[in-house]
Design a protein around this ligand. Structure first.
Ligand SMILES: CC(C)(COP(=O)(O)OP(=O)(O)OC[C@H]1O[C@@H](n2cnc3c(N)ncnc32)[C@H](O)[C@@H]1OP(=O)(O)O)[C@@H](O)C(=O)NCCC(=O)NCCS
Length: 169
C-alpha cells in the first residue's frame, strides 16, 4: 500500500530534487531552472512527495507578476512539476498540484499560470481561456491559468529571470 506523503521542500532535499527533475524530464534543463529559481529567492511554494523516505516527486510555484495598467500584481508560475518515472500514474503529480493550490490559497495567492499539456492541467482547473488575454513570451494553447480570487484577466506576464536563461533553448 502506498505511504506517500507531501511536505514542504527543505534545503536538504536539493540533490534529491535535482535527481527527480532530471529523471522525469530526461535532461538537466528543468533541474537547472529549479536551482536558479531557488537561488534567486523566487520560490513561493515548493513541495516534495516522499515515499519510504525517498523524494519521488517535486513541484515549484515561483513568483510571477502580471503587469497591468494599475500596476504589478503578484501571481505564481507552476514550473516545473516532476515525478520519478517509476512512480508515474499513481496520483503523485495530482497530489502535488492539489496540495500546492491549498497552500497558495492559504497564503493569499489568487492566480497560478502554467505552460503545459491542457489534457493534464485541465484536470486541476487550469484553462487556456483564463490565460488568453495575458501577454506572454510563452503565448499559445499550452499557456493556461487558474484563478481562485480577485486576479487580473489581462496584462503582461513577467516571469522570474531564471525562466529566460533556463528555458530559452
Ligand atoms: C506529468 C507528470 C508530472 C504526471 O505525474 P503523475 O504522478 O504520473 O500524475 P498523476 O498520477 O497525478 O496523473 C496521471 C494521469 O495523468 C495523465 N497524464 C500524464 N501526463 C500527461 C500529459 N502530458 N497529458 C495528458 N495526460 C497526462 C496520465 O495518463 C494519467 O492518466 P490516468 O489518471 O487517466 O491514468 C509526470 O508524468 C512527469 O513527471 N512527467 C515528466 C515531466 C513533465 O512532463 N512534467 C510536466 C511538465 S509541465
Amino acid at each position: 500500500m502506498s505511504m506517500m506523503s507531501i511536505r514542504a521542500a527543505t534545503p536538504g532535499d536539493r540533490d534529491a530534487i535535482r535527481q527527480v527533475e532530471e529523471h522525469a524530464f530526461g535532461q538537466a534543463a528543468e533541474a537547472g531552472l529549479v536551482d536558479a529559481l531557488i537561488g534567486e529567492g523566487d520560490a513561493v511554494v515548493e513541495l516534495v512527495a516522499v515515499e519510504e523516505g525517498q523524494v519521488v516527486g517535486h513541484i515549484l510555484f515561483s513568483r510571477l507578476f502580471v503587469q497591468t495598467a494599475g500596476g504589478k500584481v503578484p501571481a505564481v508560475a507552476l514550473a516545473p512539476l516532476a515525478v520519478e518515472p517509476s512512480f508515474h500514474g499513481t496520483g503523485i503529480g495530482g497530489a502535488l498540484i492539489s496540495e500546492g493550490h491549498i497552500r497558495l490559497k492559504l497564503a493569499g495567492e489568487t492566480l497560478s499560470v502554467v505552460l503545459g499539456d491542457p489534457a493534464y492541467y485541465g484536470r486541476f482547473g487550469y484553462t487556456h481561456d483564463r490565460a488568453a488575454r495575458f501577454e506572454s513570451v510563452y503565448h499559445g494553447e499550452a499557456l493556461q491559468a487558474l484563478a481562485w480570487g480577485d486576479a487580473p484577466e489581462a496584462g503582461l506576464l513577467v516571469y522570474p529571470s531564471a525562466f529566460g536563461s533556463a528555458l530559452a533553448a
